[in-house]
Design a protein around this ligand. Sequence first.
Ligand SMILES: C[S@@+](CC[C@H](N)C(=O)[O-])C[C@H]1O[C@@H](n2cnc3c(N)ncnc32)[C@H](O)[C@@H]1O
Length: 438
Amino acid sequence: MKPGDTITVMAKTLSRHGDGVAHHGDYEIHVGGLLPGETGDVELDYVSKQRPRAHGNAVRRRNTHPGRRAAPCSHHGRCNGCPLMEMDLSSQHELKRQELAREYDLEIDRLVVLEEGDGLHYRWSAKRVVDGEAGALVLGSYMRGTHNVADMSGCLVDHPDIVRCAQELVEQANAMRVEPYDELGEHGDLRYVWFKTDGRGQVLLTLITSEPTSPSVRALAERLTVPAGVAWGVNSTRGNDLRGTSLRPIRGSQSLTLDIAGVEFHCGPLGFLQPNPTAIAMAYHDLVHVPAGGVPHGRVALDLYAGAGVTTALLRERFAQVLPCESYPESARQLGIEPQLVEEFLARILGNPRGPARHPDLVVANPPRGGLGPTVCSQLNQLHGSRLHLMSCNPRSLRDDLNRLTGPDGAYRLIRTRAFDTLPQTAHIELVAWLVGK
Ligand SMILES: C[S@@+](CC[C@H](N)C(=O)[O-])C[C@H]1O[C@@H](n2cnc3c(N)ncnc32)[C@H](O)[C@@H]1O
């Protein structure tokens, strides 16, 4: 096989980028323009020399997926943010359910979806790269594998508050001829912008430049009427991880107040906000309940990877003592605890057989993408709690953790798994798994 060849294949699944995934001999072929079940003639544009992997585009489709639709967004194709957009919402749900079962052996009882919005307008937090030129700025995202920026104006999955704020920002910045930051030449002014909303009309806008001085940021902030508050962040590092950004308040409120699952939550200019708080609230709710909806309660609960503390607050309504653990200093401070790794936290509990936390009534854990991993799973097996509720944004690592916790050496039995469609139009899925001690 070589680039330029045309082959005929049927896509069986969808990659997380939205390409159809087919097999041809030993090769895995990722095909732009094919949905699962569709067969097409595919022109190859890349064949790996290291592994049996190739990429191509469908030049002719021989059949059509029943859920295929024209993507409702005009940026689709250049912007890669919504890889499932060419499927209707119910087909997206069916695909997610099938993939969980086939790829990860995760049988879910339900896929929980938001009733409203048709899978659009759900994002309450959106970051943009600033591109284009003075007088014609573009706010967008990097196109896959390139440093080219795809325009995201009028993004259909953004909350309407954010769309309005982005529109005004571009108009005013163009009127002032604000320069975008040039990543290659390493000069220019405005680099990234980050919009967050409380879903009720308040938007907090963070303007990010590469340099600690800017010819335009303060004047631009004064011209904007949509955001309730504007902050200025400086980030001169490569890559768009904003955690290292230093910050100055410019005007207005520097914090949003949100209600997530009935818990009041404050979020500042650089604070993490779940992209879809309404949907994630349903997952938090289920995480602290049992699958049928009952409420576990008792003496002691552990909240591992507690983050902003929403689950800690929910658990405190039902347990006499709730011990959160979190390693990120800012979040730990908000929780009133010392930052600590879960590994150290559990080692300390296991080393104190008479301590109150040695026999918790419930352990809740919401680890990052990599999952709990072998050490924490082995510690949880030693702890042998009566209930263990896990939340995960990655079915791969959840599967691995479940194998460690429920396999021959595991101390738990899996009762049920449920999925939450927190980011419609994308392959992302949030999961909650309920386990009980064997
Ligand atoms: C997926 S987030 C969940 C946060 C929180 N439960 C929530 O829903 O908002 C994972 C959290 O775990 C923290 N974290 C990552 N690795 C950790 C570790 N080894 N020990 C303790 N906390 C950790 C991160 O700082 C982050 O806040």
